[in-house]
Design a protein around this ligand. Structure first.
Ligand code: SF4
Ligand code: SF4
Length: 99
């Protein structure tokens, strides 16, 4: 017979940040980092849409209407690899983080 597990009211609060997440740079959690090949990128912006950390940013032209490319905010990118998986032309490679 299995042991009864505690309910949510019995579990202690842990790891809850009470400030803006801007103050918690999560980039140092990363094991792999995305590197973009600008020559392969077709500027579809799927990586920007799918990044769960809003860390895949877009370079726009002066009109603000035409994307010139994408770049990574390494302060917050956690290295999940979703951008590399979603990229239709495999322009993003996940490489080992060197620290
Ligand atoms: S690896 Fe994950 S967190 Fe980092 S830019 Fe790609 S989708 Fe965003
Ligand atoms: S998903 Fe790939 S091709 Fe599309 S913008 Fe991102 S890097 Fe470029």
């Amino acid at each position: 017979m299995s042991e009864k597990k505690p309910g949510w009211k019995e579990i202690p609060i842990a790891g809850v940040p009470f400030k803006s997440s801007l103050e918690y740079k999560t980039g140092d959690w990363r094991v792999l980092k995305p590197v973009i090949d600008d020559d392969k990128c077709i500027k579809c912006l799927l990586c920007n849409i799918y990044c769960p950390e809003m860390s895949m940013l877009v370079k726009w032209d002066e009109t603000g209407n035409k994307p010139l490319g994408v770049y990574v905010d390494y302060d917050y990118c956690k290295g999940c690899g979703i951008c590399a998986d979603i990229c239709p032309v495999k322009a993003i490679e996940m490489v080992k983080e060197e620290r």
